[in-house]
Design a protein around this ligand. Structure first.
Ligand code: DC
Length: 218
């Protein structure tokens, strides 16, 4: 039986994670946060002190990496049995993930780990190339975006709420750099997949986006 897949791609900070998790919960489907796979590899690579240009060594780490995902209310990720969840969300991890994700060899190693999430009754997959590469045959594809200024402001508010010192100008610059790297890389760049529903969340609430996506599935 064909396992249904809903893909939600878009740039960082567009609300993909929150929307995907909520939609997966409403539908009772599994959830793949593919960014967390790239982020976990970034944590492993940073820990091992590897040079970020040593592609062969990064691939060896990716092949050897044993990841466990607990996708309950809060995502918990274990790398080699150790809980690394708190390290996944940092800017250093995100930027490193974006750098190593540009290597086609690294993407090839991580491809099957992502496909393994396609299980009954269905999957909501969030990332950059879910609809264009990993789950090309997905029945429903969404491209969720928002302006760089709006995404930076959301990130800034999140950090301030957590009591973390943040600089809006620097966050905006980092978001624009990351967008540029993710969109311009040669392999599996961030792009609007063919047939995808385009949603700009700049002036929408999270609930409005969730409703729009669930309506597509209905
Ligand atoms: O979605 P995120 O911010 O957690 O992703 C972190 C980085 O991982 C992102 O900047 C690029 C990379 N990534 C990717 O190349 N392909 C994906 N499907 C998901 C993430």
């Amino acid at each position: 039986m064909q396992v249904p897949v809903l893909t939600i791609d878009g740039p960082s900070g567009a609300g993909k994670g929150t929307v995907s998790r909520a939609v997966a919960k409403l539908l009772g489907w599994h959830y793949l946060d593919s960014g967390s796979i790239y982020r976990s590899l970034a944590v492993a690579v940073l820990k091992s002190g590897l040079d970020l240009s040593d592609v062969a060594a990064i691939c060896r780490v990716a092949e050897a990496m044993s990841l466990e995902f607990d996708c309950g209310d809060e995502l918990v990720v274990k790398l080699g049995g150790a809980d690394i969840t708190s390290q996944l969300g940092t800017e250093t991890t995100g930027n490193t993930a974006s750098i190593i994700a540009a290597y086609p060899e690294v993407r090839a190693v991580l491809l099957q780990k992502q496909k393994d999430f396609q299980r009954l009754p269905g999957l909501v997959a969030d990332g950059r190339d879910m609809g264009s590469v990993v789950f090309q045959d997905a029945k429903i594809k969404v491209y969720l975006t928002a302006s760089a200024e709006e995404r930076a402001l959301r990130r800034y508010k999140q950090l301030i709420e957590k009591g973390i010192d943040a600089n809006l100008i620097q966050i905006t610059r980092e978001i624009e750099e990351r967008d540029c790297r993710d969109q311009q890389r040669a392999t599996a760049p961030l792009t609007v997949p063919e047939g995808a529903h385009y949603i700009d969340s700049s002036s929408l609430t999270i609930q409005q986006v969730i409703d729009q996506v669930v309506n597509l599935v209905d």
